[in-house]
Design a protein around this ligand. Sequence first.
Ligand code: TEU
Length: 541
Amino acid sequence: MTGQPWWRDAVVYQIYPRSFADGDGDGVGDLAGIRAHLPYVRALGADAVWFTPWYPSAGADGGYDVADYRAIDPVFGTLAEAEALIAEAHELGLRTIVDVVPNHLAATHPWFAAAVAAGPGSPERDRFFFRAGRGARGDLPPNDWASVFGGPAWTRVSEPDGTPGEWYLHLFAPAQVDLNWRNAQVRAEFEDVLRFWFDRGVAGIRVDSATMISKDPALPPVPVHPGPGEHPYIDRDDVHDVYRGWRAVADAAGVGRILVGEVWLGDGARLARYLRPDEMHTAFNFDLMTQPWDPAAVRASIVRTLSHHAPMGAPATWVLSNHDVTRPVTRYGRTDTAFDISTPRRVVPTDLRLGTARARAAALLVGALPGVLYVYQGDELGLPEVEDLPPSARMDPIFAQTGGADLGRDGCRVPLPWDGQAPPFGFSPPEAAPPWLPQPGTWTDLTVARQESEPGSVLRLYRDMLRIRGAVLAGRAAPLRWVDAPDGAVAFERAGQLRCTVNMAGGPVPLPAGEVLLASGPLSPGELPPDTAVWTRVTSA
Ligand code: TEU
């Protein structure tokens, strides 16, 4: 396809390596498993793959505690295998995106051990935020900042002589030590890490927690209602210097190399600043993910999202879910008011049939929108959140840090079911150790093999959708044009060719005129049933 750079309308499939496919039988997904299933990802219709962290890690936060940014965790494989994987993906027409975590590194990273050993005031400690505690004995944390995962954002170390010592900052788990981005070594190190992966052929870098890397050095309290740029550690103005440097590294790596920022900001004008022409190429926009199943809310969110990205010349991105949020089938099936993705995650009344119908319709909605589409592994199978994992199996630090008050994110990270009648559903080879998180025995109908042979399956819907998207929309800037829709529905057209209509009303609405290209569920004659989306060919007037 011609017309625009690949990253402006790519379909990016997100792989969570631990849960995708296990090649060696230890119950943990790995690079061998990914390599074996790359053709599946390509056949789905993806243009690129994003791998969440695959680096050596103590596993304190699903790999987001990185001990070595230039290597592969032995549980997943070797650097040579990663290089082979990148090359094989490329041969299949799949670009690759790796996850870089600049806000913090693992407590098992050599820099942290060196900092603890070197003691207060050392250059090694200057790479982090080490501070004396408050109180006469220094046994209170330096300030009241809280960790995103619960509990204080500070942990005390013992000094080399064994006495209770300074405290270090960790906005996430204690095993994730925040870096000081005013330190020149930190900056140089990460630019080098970017070059390392670009040199290995990756097309993009996903920038984790991109808004959080700069801290007010005075470490003041967090204001109750901080204005734009006033928060002491979220979206401070000087983060942009860092990403300008990174953009120069990406540009030097060659045409088509990109940065995608994880920019969780409610304020679209502030998000847009990350998309300036000398900063990131794209950023995730999570606005739509937070919307209830309501036509006015959904339409307003799409308008907002487009307005945040377009003025910067950046494409919009559409994300229905990822490894941090409740699976869409479960979210959309909530029959109380708790649709939203906010925490704490808890079990609420859910209708999975309704949720599945809406998630299918939502897939057709986002699949037709202009911009980049992200698909999180397993959403193409309609997997629900696994809410009844035994507490002993839960690995997410959020679960432990909140004493179980928040179930955490394990329920969307359960290993994929590939085939067969019982766990491990082809996730691992025969005779393997059990999957690292237990799969529900009821997933028999959700396996890839089963869905491949079933015409109405979620997998077949995704494949059809991405095939039609590729044929009709790929490579074309084709902005969205809203068209009149019946009450309770949203409808828009792309490229003068495809009309997407989503019925969010309680009952049926008239089916739009024109050939039906694809429907998310059964249609009745002349009618679009509730919780259903349809793609129709635009009839020339
Ligand atoms: O997430 C960043 C982030 O803001 C999360 O705290 C998010 O709000 C949370 O998961 C919702 O409960 C990124 C990664 O996607 C996440 O998996 C990591 O845990 C986090 O960074 C720390 O690296």
